[in-house]
Design a binder for this molecule. Sequence first.
Ligand code: ADP
Length: 455
Amino acid sequence: MTWLLPRLLMALVAALLGFVIGAAVRSASGADGLGLAVGVVSGVLLMMLVDAVRGSRLLGWLRGNQFENAPRDTGLWGEVGYRIERAVRDRDRAVARSRLELEQFLSAIEASPNGVLMLDLQEQIVWCNRVAADHFALDPQRDLRQRITNLVRAPAFVAYLQAGRYAEPLVLGNSRGPGTLSIVVREYGEGMRLVLSLDITERLRAEGMRRDFVANVSHEIRTPLTVLSGFIETMHSLPLTSVERDRVLVLMNQQTQRMQTLVADLLTLAQLEGSPRPGPDRWVALDALLLRVAADAEALSAGRHPLHLKPVTGVELAGVESELLSAIANLVTNAVRYTPDGGEVGVVWRLLEDGSGELAVVDTGPGIAREHIPRLTERFYRVDGSRSRETGGTGLGLSIVKHVMQRHGGELMIQSEVGKGSRFRLLFPSARVRQVSDSALGDEAAFGAAAVPGH
Ligand code: ADP
């Protein structure tokens, strides 16, 4: 009530002034009534004049943009101005806060990995994030207020949107490329719709790969199982001589071993995928690995190939011994298995200038046609299926090598030319290579691999 006292004071001043004017009029005119009337009117007019001036100042401020403070009058008008100004400032703050919250909300949706598109009652685009714009080939600015069905004309999408049954998502080819989208629509507000899109290309590819993998494993296991059950049937129903029996048992043993190798390779792959990357602090002597690989390769070759497998590198590699052994052994046994009798197989180590290292397994075998090379590390991919199976291959060897190298921060590089031979290179990063003693490097020129591509 701070305004009341000034108001009363002003009324008192107006009354006094009215009284003075009334008294002056009465003494001039001698009429009591006229003096009273003029005095009252003058007092009231004075009050009205003051109110009109202050009121119009406040109105002027209200009509403007209200950036400045309201007129600081005393009394009632000052109080009214102050209260209005406070309400206006509170409203401005609330609007700014809501705007900020809306911006934060929209930028959160903008950051979503899903496409988000808001449609109004007429299917016009109210807002969309960049992912949705990308999925539906829209321009987030230019296409606002456009009907979505004029811009995305895929019949399946139009029918889905208009049917109004959104319980199941729609799977749609991406209008921009070969990808696939999963689209979900949710209704909200009064007739508004939210269209959510998700790129499921990668998921479908992974599912396809998993299906292929299971089908391949089943096929690989079914074949030896069928052979085994055939032999069991034979032994059961036919009287075999002991020589025949021994032969059947040898064949049965071969099939069992084939399944065992397959299961071992599958377990190796599963282990490689499921375990953490090996740290760079466990050092393994490369020469010791090469000695073990050479012994296995000599047994496998049984003198059919000249082997050059013992370069003295004096190098240590950081990683998991069993994995490194498996990678090198896979390459060397492949070289022996696929190189015809008389062809040469060798291993060459090279320390590169930047400190990284390269172990190359080289052969003078049949080589591999260019179109197969990028696919060799796929699981169960074989160029020559029958040769692979005959020699005990599972189709998983190079896939294991690639995994091992990735886990060790390295790479598997394949160079090959039909009729000339192949070179499989394992590249190790410098952080995983250290020279601990003198090396007597394998001399590549010392064997016939000089003809191998990549020289
Ligand atoms: P597999 O168990 O069949 O040998 P891998 O994954 O080790 O499976 O190899 C995939 C395919 O690559 C093989 O089936 C074979 O056709 C081809 N291959 C691998 N190494 C060689 C090589 N040294 N010379 C020729 N072909 C090879």
